[in-house]
Design a protein around this ligand. Structure first.
Ligand SMILES: O=C(O)C[C@@H](Cc1ccccc1)[C@H](O)SCc1ccccc1
Ligand SMILES: [Zn+2]
Length: 156
């Protein structure tokens, strides 16, 4: 499962609104597995479809402990399709983020501490859950990518 080339900030694909996923077929599952492979190879904790030049509303979240977030939960990669942000806490928390599309740079970014989200899985089943802390941060970072927003537009 060869890793896919990662789009760099400045490429048009990263500035577009991603398209709704309608076909929950084996092509979608194959793209998701290629995204996981690309994220793992790039040592990321998430990756969005536009970053691998696919304009689909799809991303991977895969929190794991790391030097900046040593107490981050270790979780299996979650495939998030057609995500919606239902609510977000007034409480914001600042944290350091990187981006595979802005290699070698780190930014301090304000994110909502807690969010309630809804999304479809690879089978098209709707999931709804509350996320908090580092996982909420990853979701917000990847959700931004689907709206054509990168760290550069958010860094304080
Ligand atoms: O560019 C991406 O979407 C992947 C980012 C995701 C990320 C989200 C929130 C906070 C940090 C990163 C990559 O994972 S950047 C590499 C990385 C990995 C662990 C911690 C910080 C940065
Ligand atoms: Zn990013």
């Amino acid at each position: 499962n060869q890793p896919l080339p990662i789009a760099l900030v400045g490429e048009a694909i990263l500035k577009q609104q991603a398209d709704e996923v309608r076909d929950f077929d084996e092509k979608l599952s194959h793209l998701a597995s290629q995204m996981v492979a690309s994220m793992v190879e790039a040592k990321g904790v998430g990756i969005a479809a536009p970053q691998v030049h696919s304009p689909l509303a799809l991303f991977i979240m895969a929190s794991r402990p790391n030097e900046r977030y040593p107490d981050a939960p270790l979780m299996d990669p979650v495939v998030v399709v057609n995500p919606q942000l239902l609510s977000a806490s007034a409480e914001l928390v600042s944290g350091e983020e990187g981006c595979l599309s802005v290699p070698g740079q780190r930014f301090s970014i304000w994110r909502h501490q807690t969010i309630v989200v809804r999304y479809q899985d690879l089978a098209g089943q709707w999931q709804q859950t509350e996320l908090t802390g580092f996982i909420a941060r990853i979701f917000q970072h990847e959700f931004d990518h689907l709206q054509g927003i990168t760290l550069l537009e958010r860094s304080q």
